[in-house]
Each structure stands twice: as structure tokens, then as C-alpha cells.
Design a protein around this ligand. Structure first.
Ligand code: HPA
Length: 269
């Protein structure tokens, strides 16, 4: 993994990518956040050595390097999900690469199902913490100290400072945001009513199929993380309705302008 990461980093540096101030992972239907970036360099994943190539409809798959205001960002338009068949280590490979491009701050977005009865479809949730219920762990196996320590501190998976700044900014921009805990399951099935109930009993506010492995690996390498989730459907007892990938994308698309504005202003400030 070390050699592969270094090879990919060399390739990207040779393409002109320099130290970004922020890494950004754009999740389902949130890809249009990319339009906020004044792009200098755009590289499709299939041209990047060692990068997996995304297979899910709606995940276009390209790395974007450019500016938001005066800040440099590197953004993944499209991420790798465990349910696609990648190993868990493959799904987090780009985060390893980001670190060695110089990323110290990571912003991740996703779509999720809300289990908190206060949530509505289309709402935005700032992720305050997570519960890892993925069947595999990206740090399983021999630890490579060059990436980080064997036992990783997770007492602040999502930066309190960034959360407070984002909340203040949301208030200033009159954007309603919730805060809550994100639980990761492998998918690709959406949850049964009993599973949504389990998610709630376990203490989460929303459930999805991504983000947690990426944040674990980021924390392994000392990256500060911020996460935001669009609630695209509800798994609240009594009102669990049918959900499809298309609906998830549609709702995410409606909310992405707001999330985009929030992240753009955050980075600019
Ligand atoms: N469950 C899991 N993942 C999701 C959901 C959901 O309800 N909505 C969007 N991603």
C-alpha cells in the first residue's frame, strides 16, 4: 500500500497538484459541489495509477484540483463504496493519497437515511460522531507506522472546532442544520424497518453506506475531519417508506446547493 500511495502521489504531483488546504469527498448526488471549485486540474479516476474506478451510477469519478476563494482544494467527485466489491483498504486509498499530497483537513459529504423523528427529507445533518458497523475495518492487519499508529485515538473523530464554525456560519446564512451521529452499514440494501429501529436503538441519528472507513483512515494519519450528511429518506418507526437510489439522488440534488454554499463559505472564511 505504501509504495502504491507514493506512486500515485508522484503521478499527481507531476500533473501539477500542489499542497491543498482541504481535501473534499463529494458523496451521492452531492457531486455538483464540484462546481464551486475553480478547477485547475481534473483527472478521471481511470487515468490515475492504482485508483479503483467507481461503478455506481451517479458517481462520475474524477479528481479535481483547484481553488475555492483563496484556498486550494483537492476533491474526489465520486467515492468508492465497500458494497461495490472493493476491499475496505481500496475504498480508502484516495484518502491515503490525499494525506501525502499534503491534506490536513478533510470535508466529507454523504446521503443518509434519517432515524431521528425530528428530521425531514432534505434536511442537513452535521456529523458529530459515528458508529462503525461495517463488516470490515480499514486498519485490519499489520500496521504500517509510516501512515500512523497501531491504536488510533478516536475521541474527536469530527473536529469540534469545525463543527462550531459550521454551525455559526449556518446560522449567519439562515441555513437550518441538525447535528447527529452517523452509523455505517455495508449496504447495498437500504434498511428494513427493524434495521432502522436497530440503528436508532444503537444511538445514531442517520444511517449510510460510506464515510466511516474514510474518516478512520484520515484519523489514522492525523487529518482533521468534518462530515455533513443530507437526509434523503426517513427510517422513522411508523413512517418507513419505499426508497430508491434515484430518490436518494434527487433529494441530495435539491439539498446540494445549500450544502455547497455552506462548504464554500466555510472554506473561504
Ligand atoms: N440507508 C442507507 N444508506 C442510505 C440511505 C438509507 O436509508 N439513504 C441514503 N443512503
Amino acid at each position: 500500500m505504501w509504495e502504491q500511495v507514493q506512486e500515485t502521489v508522484s503521478f499527481l504531483k507531476n500533473k501539477g497538484i500542489t499542497k491543498p488546504d482541504y481535501g473534499i469527498i463529494l458523496g451521492t448526488g452531492l457531486g455538483n459541489l464540484a462546481e464551486k471549485i475553480e478547477a485547475d486540474i481534473v483527472i478521471p479516476y481511470n487515468e490515475i495509477p492504482n485508483f479503483p474506478v467507481s461503478t455506481v451510477q451517479g458517481h462520475s469519478g474524477e479528481l479535481i484540483f483547484g481553488s475555492i476563494g483563496t484556498k486550494k482544494v483537492v476533491a474526489m467527485r465520486g467515492r468508492f463504496h465497500y458494497y461495490e466489491g472493493w476491499t475496505i483498504q481500496q475504498t480508502v486509498f484516495p484518502v491515503r493519497v490525499m494525506k501525502f499530497l499534503g491534506v490536513d483537513n478533510l470535508i466529507v459529504s454523504n446521503a443518509s437515511g434519517g432515524v431521528n423523528p425530528d428530521f425531514k427529507v432534505g434536511d442537513i445533518m452535521i456529523i458529530t460522531d459515528h458508529i462503525n458497523m461495517m463488516p470490515d475495518h480499514p486498519l485490519h492487519g499489520k500496521n504500517d507506522e509510516r501512515f500512523g499508529p497501531r491504536f488510533v485515538d478516536m475521541h474527536e473523530p469530527y473536529s469540534q472546532k469545525m463543527i462550531a464554525k459550521m454551525e455559526a456560519l449556518a446560522e449567519k446564512l439562515a441555513i437550518k442544520v441538525h447535528k447527529g451521529i452517523y452509523l455505517a452499514l455495508q449496504g447495498p440494501t437500504f434498511e428494513t424497518p427493524a434495521e432502522y429501529k436497530m440503528v436508532k436503538i444503537l444511538g445514531a441519528d442517520a444511517v449510510g453506506m460510506s464515510t466511516v472507513p474514510e474518516v478512520i483512515v484520515a484519523k489514522h494519519m492525523g487529518i482533521t475531519c468534518f462530515g455533513v450528511s443530507v437526509i434523503t429518506d426517513l427510517g422513522v418507526e411508523g413512517i418507513v417508506e419505499a426508497v430508491s437510489h434515484e430518490e436518494v439522488q434527487e433529494v441530495a440534488k435539491k439539498s446540494e446547493k445549500i450544502v455547497g454554499k455552506l462548504v464554500e463559505e466555510f472554506i473561504k472564511s
